[in-house]
Design a protein around this ligand. Sequence first.
Ligand SMILES: [Fe+2]
Length: 329
Amino acid sequence: MTIAPENTAAQHTSEQDTAGESGITVTRINGRIGAVISGVRLGGDLDPRTVAAIRAAVIAHKVVFFRGQDHLDEDQHEAFGQLLGTPIAHPTVPSADGRYSLAIDSDHGARANQWHTDVTFVPAYPAFSILRAAVLPPYGGNTLWSNTSAAYAELPEPLRALADSLRAVHSNAYDYVAVRPNATSEALEQYRKVFTSTEFLTEHPVVRVHPESGERTLLLGNFVQRISGLNGQDSRQLIDLFQRHIERPENTVRWQWQVGDVAIWDNRATQHYGVDDSDDYDRKLRRVTIDGDVPVGTDGRRSTLLSPSEVPAPSFGPASGASTAEAAA
Ligand SMILES: [Fe+2]
């Protein structure tokens, strides 16, 4: 479905909207991002009208939340994911027992308390992520999302023009020790061995044109190393300038998880942040990631993989971008 940028569904969605004949109710919870969807039991057997209504709500609101989906197991979570696109494995983190479902567990040392967009170190990074809460701490552990399209739109025109002209290099080999000075040696070892088992460098436009909504979105986040053609200090200052708009509270939503909740976000129009404030309590979420396509900048230039020469096949399933390679060529 295509939504013209001047006529986004978000602008015209009332606070509560029953989406056509699908039976779902979409309730907006913030001005710029986030909606709660009720009236649906997620799974692999949803009818196409309901799936289309959910997809449209994700595109319009950037992240949508469902309560009470306790019935979902790994199989049903993946089966639902297949209704939105092609599930893909993480490029470097092996999945548990040959599943697309990825464990986001507090005891794996891979805390996500940095603003980021999932897997932007490869060109065709995921279009959607579907996150399910399995085990939660007694307090804390919220997740925040930001609308990177709203962040772009609020920039004054000279800064939008500057952003339009820039490209940035993203990598999974970021300075882990600098980001996590208190990381345990176990977490550090895990990071080195698994997350960076293949080191990726990808150049993306700083502004991508959303392939479904046509909106312009800022494409930055924690995997950005530098702005192409600039030195380190200039890069950092420009990244910080744009990132500050992304992190403004007006552009964000904060979700307090309950067991059985599901969040689906448009990974092409958001960043997110997992708040690390649950001390040593367990927090286990499961993520199914849906394949994306290669971003295109405002000048029509596509993202390029700088290193390695191609995205290697993950431990199983298609490599990122494989399912859309033909369409994007
Ligand atoms: Fe993430």
